[in-house]
Design a binder for this molecule. Structure first.
Ligand code: AMP
Length: 274
């Protein structure tokens, strides 16, 4: 595996099918699953490791975000990655004049709780697409709204590439893997899987035809009683991220909640087949 730090060094040459996995590092099985998927489908696998300052709010965890370049490099190599791209911030962000905003989609749920977050994500992903020219780009459904934002951006700005969204990898107790899980205290780590089990139980009730709103209210109450500070727990249409009053074949439960200082986000399909 080659580690590349310059923009020139990462330009695409030749016509081998190039897969890109954009990341912020601190790798876990979720990242590795994307890399392995890319490995099975592409001739050349590029992983970008860039802790994107534009996607962090002023009170968020940019300075303490976990950084472990050496370990990441070994993990990426073991997943069969060809090129690990670790650019300097000044190379990627030369000025902040140009910005990618996805009207509507970026404003609710994660966007409402993290103003500017999705502009930061979309702007940097657009730059990575230009710099790296992937044929396929891989993202995790763990960050479901991010997938919707990237899909809208790719369609609306005519990026000539395919997107591949991959399932959420979880710990044995159901907690979705996240680089931020290291912030959880042992006590919080014990409580954390309840977010997923509550989403599952709610999805089951909805699948059986229960009215959506009372199910959501129950879930929020239960999590609050357990000690979560719930930002949202809702049923949505995954393309628009508008709240859905009724479940359909496509609907998804999205949730974000804080345990102490750590914010967890997760989602689960919650279809009603009628
Ligand atoms: P991050 O480094 O957190 O920006 O994540 C890089 C990519 O890995 C994004 O596409 C995430 O959605 C994806 N990802 C993060 N956690 C998981 C997970 N538990 N399962 C699958 N994909 C994930």
């Amino acid at each position: 595996m080659k580690v590349v730090r310059s923009l020139e060094g990462i330009q695409k040459t030749g016509d081998r099918v190039r897969g890109l996995v954009p990341t912020m590092g601190a790798f876990h099985e979720g990242h590795l699953s994307l890399m392995r998927k890319a490995r099975t489908e592409c001739d050349e696998v590029v992983v970008s490791l860039f802790v994107n300052p534009l996607q962090f709010g002023p009170t968020e965890d940019l300075s303490r975000y976990p950084r472990q370049e050496e370990r990441d490099s070994e993990m990426a190599e073991s997943a069969g990655v060809d090129l690990l791209f670790i650019p300097a911030a000044e190379e990627i962000i030369r000025s902040t004049r140009a910005n990618v905003t996805l009207k509507g989609l970026s404003d609710h749920y994660e966007g409402a709780h993290r103003p500017g977050h999705f502009d930061g994500v979309a702007t940097i992903v657009a730059k990575l697409f230009h710099i790296i020219s992937p044929d396929v780009a891989y993202f995790g459904l763990k960050d479901r709204q991010q997938c919707a934002v990237i899909q809208a951006m790719t369609e609306d700005l005519n990026f000539p590439l395919k997107l591949s969204f991959q399932p959420t990898i979880r710990d044995r107790d159901g907690l979705a893997l996240s680089s931020r899980n290291v912030y959880l205290s042992p006590e919080e780590r014990r409580m954390a899987p309840s977010l997923y089990s509550t989403m599952r139980a709610t999805a089951e009730r909805i699948a059986k035809g229960a009215s959506v709103l009372p199910c959501l209210v129950d879930a929020r109450e239960q999590l609050s009683e357990e000690g979560f500070a719930v930002d949202y727990f809702d049923l949505i249409d995954p393309r628009t991220f508008e709240a859905a009053e009724k479940a359909s074949l496509e609907t998804v439960i999205v949730a974000a909640a804080k345990l102490g200082k750590t914010r967890l986000i997760d989602n689960i399909d919650a279809p009603f087949r009628g």
